[in-house]
Ligand binder design. Structure first.
Ligand SMILES: [Zn+2]
Length: 493
């Protein structure tokens, strides 16, 4: 063991068991595995002639000078202002700065489906491999500077990854580590512990809170009593709970005190026919969404309940876009990062969905998707806190980082303005995490977590794809270099 790896091992061994905030002070120095990706070292940097979308939903500021002072944003100077002495000057003409994305339904794993047959079934057991090497690079390369893991399958690995990134040994975004999925009997992947009682739920939350996770996510087969015990234990420790639910309906979860609900309105089962208490319904929420037209009495009542109880909602449009037949295919830049096996599996599943075009099932998926877009807009108009994340699972067609950008594009398709969509993907997430004073917008004194793209996303949201450099704690990372380092690797590890 050489000295460097020995030091890293020692750092891991003494890693704090207490919960570490998602965004910590930057490490004093960056290690040898991080340095090759640094494009702009930390220091006094002035980017001139830059357009700035500040993340608050305000109109873009044109032709400004952005000052970065070490890990912090120094100031935004008006056009034509002289750059103070001592700053390294970079020309930002034709470019736009946005706050670093705060990905609120992101994962550090990727679903593999062994031997899928023509009906889309795969052999048991379903196992979910970690992408601890490739996913953090993909997120950072695409502008994500903070992300919630939103359910973990290897929680110790995610906690260790966070410590290594925070220590400057590995490259990646700030991590908000979610505990293992809180799930009852019927978990669909084999790594998932199945909770047996409310007391078991409480113990699981207490254990992982002691290990340092930042929050929890309940899953599709948890019972109301188990969820209540989990929420109470988490809240006792000032940690939040979100849920991708099915067995528990949205109104039930709101009454139990949940903080956030995943997947917009896609997985609410309150109107599903045959829904039994504490059991996931066959429709897993689709019948409810089809019945709940935006502006209907049921929709109005549910949205009032959510807003009155300050329950956030996480929009994950990219993963549901995949269920709409003939949706946009993965771009070449995304196919490039997949392993050959992952490419083949994605194309196979995409073809199955394409075959549903014009069938009742295909029409249902399209209608459900449309209803959700209207409901998400209605929720925001009513004052609800909408968060954004891609959910890189499903049929394999949602890729870390690229999917975060796609979420912004789909929010604009849903009817939000580009600057509103960017706020949902930045400041709203920071606000939910309680970090709005440090990250989520571009303002003097905040952390220099932001990214620079070519073009103008305020006019053309797809310009968020043209990432040049991503600043995290004032260090500018080279997007192209990060992507190149994982070419053909996503799906491997
Ligand atoms: Zn998910």
């Amino acid at each position: 063991m050489n000295l460097r790896s020995f030091a890293a091992a020692a750092a891991l061994a003494v890693g704090s068991a207490a919960t570490a905030a998602p965004v910590l002070a930057p490490p004093p120095e960056l290690g040898a595995d991080v340095q090759p990706f640094v494009h702009v070292p930390a220091g006094q940097v002035a980017i001139t002639h830059l357009r700035i979308i500040d993340g608050t939903g305000a109109a873009a500021l044109e032709d400004r000078t952005l000052l970065i002072d070490g890990p912090k944003i120094g100031a935004i100077l008006p056009s034509g202002a002289a750059v103070p002495a001592g700053y390294r000057v970079l020309d930002g003409a034709g470019e736009t700065a946005l706050p670093g994305l705060v990905g609120m339904h992101n994962h550090l794993f990727y679903l593999q489906r062994p031997n899928i047959d023509a009906a889309g079934h795969s052999e048991q057991p379903v196992i979910i491999p970690q992408m601890t090497f490739s996913a953090p690079r993909l997120y950072l390369a695409n502008g994500v500077t903070t992300m919630r893991t939103t359910g973990s399958v290897e929680t110790y690995t995610d906690l260790a990854l966070k410590r290594e990134i925070d220590a400057g040994h590995l490259v990646g975004p700030h991590l908000d580590v979610t505990g293992p999925y809180l799930e009852g009997p019927g978990a669909f992947f084999i790594q998932n512990h199945q909770i047996t009682s409310p007391d078991d739920a409480r113990k699981e939350v207490a254990f992982w809170a002691d290990q340092g996770v930042n929050d929890f996510k309940a899953y599709m087969n948890i019972t109301r009593a188990q969820l209540k015990a989990a929420i109470d234990e988490a809240h006792k420790r000032h940690l939040k709970v979100t849920g991708h639910l099915c067995s528990v309906t949205y109104p039930e979860a709101i009454a139990l005190g949940i903080d956030d609900l995943e997947h917009g309105f896609f997985v609410n089962t309150q109107l599903d026919p045959g829904k039994q208490p504490d059991k996931c319904s066959d429709g897993v929420g689709t019948p409810t969404l089809l019945a709940m037209k935006p502006g209907s009495a049921e929709a109005n009542a549910l949205i009032k309940l959510l807003v009155d109880h300050h329950v956030a909602l996480t929009s994950t449009l990219p993963v549901f876009e995949q269920s709409v037949p003939l949706h946009a295919p993965l771009q070449a830049r995304q196919m490039d990062v997949l392993t050959p096996q992952a490419k083949e599996s994605y194309l196979y599943l995409r073809n199955i969905t394409a075959g549903r075009a014009g069938t009742p099932r295909g029409e249902q998926s399209a209608q459900a998707y449309k209803n959700d877009l209207g409901l998400e807009r209605q929720f925001v108009a009513a004052g609800g806190l909408l968060l954004a994340g891609p959910d890189p699972t499903g049929n394999g067609g949602v890729i870390p980082g690229f999917g975060d950008q796609r979420e912004l594009e789909l929010l604009v398709e849903a009817g939000f303005s580009p600057v509103e969509a960017i706020r949902i993907g930045t400041l709203n997430g920071a606000t939910y995490l309680g970090l709005q004073d440090r990250i989520g917008s571009i303002a003097s004194g905040k952390n220099a977590d932001l990214f620079i793209v070519k073009g103008n996303p305020a006019a053309n949201i797809a310009d968020v794809e043209n990432v040049i450099v991503v600043f995290k704690d004032g260090v500018g990372y080279d997007s192209a270099k990060l992507l190149k380092s994982v070419k053909g690797r996503f799906g491997q590890y």
